[in-house]
Write a protein that binds this ligand. Structure first.
Ligand code: AMP
Length: 621
């Protein structure tokens, strides 16, 4: 029998593990008997590590040693998460590489987000092993569609630390669509509405011929079930204060109990119209030293009133996503609900009203992503057949070429995995080194895009510019991780990097980059035209200089000085002109002059273009 591969949804708030048994995906309960495992890790004074529910119960009691929502920090630089760091109760610090990590007083050391993820993964792996009665070493893990390469790589590393080989990193919305078998339909558009514990995400997927393509997602990273719990908590605290004059905010134990009770009440109100929150001995009255009890009724109608604005916000984001995709609500064939907060009846009602159809909710919304991951795992282990799965690149990828232009190798929305090679050449004579500057974004000029990394290919044998052939290959693997290779075809010498984005891209940044590109389209086009014309001019001047040098003796002196004047003038235009027409006129003049030399000497033609192709920005050694 083939080795089982598990599917894991490593969530911001909760994580879930599932596996294919027989032909069906099964969600596996953890050691405490729960199908959801809070993604929380806590370290006690005795350095004991608690994971899941036991850790979550310590979140308020021992805030400095309890890490929750560590997914917000995985694969990110400290500098990028300053705002996020302010929102959590534990200490976020940079490690020696400047990556975000956590300072845990009880451990007396820093803990990386990967280690926290690994603790959760390990617990799920062990639960699966206990359930299946066999060792598990392989997994598919899901991540948000907007996760960049570093975040994906860090998630893989978390798997490795937990003793899991991560065979595939799968996008969460894609997993959700898989769970409903929507990949088997053809030409449908799916909207995934993912309302979890701490985040809200919207993705639009297009399915055609068994291929799922995820479009650029939208969302709000700080909108989730926790906001709803807070509203209930605030209400309880205020009511309690009105009745007793005591402020529960000062009592950590009381706060922890209030938080748990608020979440519980919220969940109950998804199925009942009224619930009672009952917290005996919640605190001691400081004036009488007598214990106080909290008892409060909450109705669904009251809760809906408290949270209406939060649900409105999710619907505004849905509308925005549709607008950006140039779609109307009726263009969406299937709506898929993901995340525990979609159990709230008001959420379902708003979606039903907006799309005029029932959303898919047969699979538990907090398990649907893990179920999709298990199906993908089943495909990899050979237990599930006939699914072709494709994700796409959210932004274009390319390299910087001569004149500061971004040359795109992989356009945005290209299905992955994908490989593309292109041949480039040098910009100067006898240049022995080229710089490969890897970029991500939609703007034509390199500086307006995001730099993902740079490396050098050295040891190119000295040759006139345009002669060396340097093949640059972009290889995005199925996990969305980019590998870039540059090879001198002359010598076979090769350099490569796995691109570590210098900083993470959030989904807002992706949206912003796409929008910026649209906004600056005209101005960018002009800039690019100018740079391209100048590159051409530079090439022609170079050719003219070369021809002149080789034939100087054969030409009359007045012709030589006329050519030199033309070259000088052309150089000036190349250096300083901002006028594309002037550059083009100069090109014509240079070509004309070259033509004159040709017809004077042998009526031949000069080579006009480097053989290698586009010129890569280079640095002569
Ligand atoms: P997830 O991130 O998908 O695990 O979602 C977790 C969030 O869903 C938490 O905020 C839960 O409190 C919330 N949740 C779970 N069940 C329900 C329910 N029945 N009604 C409302 N919210 C729920």
């Amino acid at each position: 029998m083939a080795e089982k591969i598990i599917g894991i949804d490593l969530g911001t708030t909760n994580s879930v593990v599932a596996v294919i048994v027989g032909d069906e995906p099964v969600v596996i309960a953890n050691q405490e008997g729960s199908r959801l495992t809070p993604s929380v890790v806590s370290w006690t004074k005795e350095k004991e590590v608690l994971v899941g529910e036991p850790a979550k119960r310590r979140a308020i009691l021992d805030p400095e040693n309890t890490v929750y929502e560590s997914k917000r920090f995985i694969g990110r630089k400290y500098e990028e998460v300053l705002d996020e760091a302010k929102r959590v109760s534990y200490k976020v610090v940079p490690d020696d590489k400047g990556d975000a990590s956590f300072e845990i007083p009880n451990l007396g050391r820093k803990v990386r987000p990967e280690e926290v993820g690994a603790q959760v993964l390990k617990k799920l792996k062990e639960a699966a092993e206990a359930y299946l009665g066999e060792k598990i070493t392989k997994a598919v893990i899901t991540v948000p569609a907007y996760f960049n390469e570093r975040q994906r790589q860090a998630t893989k590393d978390a798997g490795k630390i937990a003793g899991l080989e991560v065979l595939r990193i799968l996008n969460e919305p894609t997993a959700a669509a898989l769970a409903y078998g929507l990949d088997k339909k053809s030409d449908v558009r799916i909207l995934v509405y993912d309302f979890g514990g701490g985040t809200f995400d919207v993705s639009i997927l297009e399915v055609g011929e068994g291929v799922i393509e995820a479009k650029v997602p939208g969302g709000d990273p700080h909108l989730g079930g926790a906001n709803i719990d807070e509203r209930i908590m605030e209400w309880l605290i205020e009511e309690f204060k009105k009745e007793t004059g005591v402020d529960l905010r000062k009592d950590r134990t009381a706060l922890q109990r209030l938080k748990e009770a608020s979440e519980q009440a919220k969940k109950e109100l998804s199925f009942k119209l009224e619930t009672e929150i009952n917290l005996p001995f919640i605190t001691i009255d400081p004036s009488t030293n007598q214990p106080l009890h909290l008892q409060k009724k909450l109705t669904r109608a009251r809760l809906e009133e408290m949270i209406k604005d939060l649900i409105d916000r999710t619907m505004d984001i849905v509308k925005k996503a549709l607008e950006e995709a140039k779609l109307r609500p009726q263009d969406i064939d299937d709506v898929v609900l993901v995340g525990g907060s979609t159990r709230i009846p008001l959420v379902q009602q708003r979606i039903r009203e907006f799309f005029g159809k029932e959303p898919h909710k047969g699979v538990n919304p907090d398990e649907v992503v893990a179920v999709g991951a298990a199906i993908q795992a089943g495909v990899l282990s050979g237990e599930v057949k006939e699914i072709l799965l494709v994700d796409v690149t959210p932004l274009s990828l390319g390299v910087e070429t001569y004149g500061g232009v971004m040359t795109v190798l992989i356009p945005r929305n290209t299905p992955i995995p994908y490989r593309k090679c292109e041949t480039f050449t040098t910009a100067s004579d006898y240049q022995t080194e080229v710089e490969i500057h890897v970029l991500q974004g939609e703007r034509p000029m390199a500086k307006d895009n995001k730099s993902l990394g740079k490396f050098y290919l050295t040891g190119i044998p000295p040759a006139p510019r345009g002669v060396p052939k340097i093949e640059v290959c972009f290889d995005i693997d199925a996990d969305g991780i980019l590998h870039v290779t540059a090879k001198d075809l002359g010598t076979g010498k090769e350099q490569s990097i796995r691109v570590q984005a210098s900083s993470g891209l959030t989904q807002e940044e992706i949206e912003k980059m796409v929008k910026d590109a649209q906004l600056h389209e005209e101005e960018d086009r002009k800039k690019k035209e100018l740079v391209e014309a100048k590159n051409q001019l530079d090439q022609y001047i170079y050719n003219l200089e070369k021809t002149l040098k080789e034939n100087k003796e054969k030409l009359p002196t007045d012709m030589v000085s006329e050519i030199e004047r033309t070259i000088e003038e052309a150089r000036r235009v190349f250096e300083s002109s901002q006028d594309v027409q002037e550059v083009r006129r100069t090109i014509e003049r240079v070509l004309e002059t070259a033509g004159k030399i040709g017809s004077y000497i042998y009526q031949g033609q000069t080579t006009q273009k480097g053989e290698g192709g586009d010129v890569i920005e280079g640095k002569p050694m």
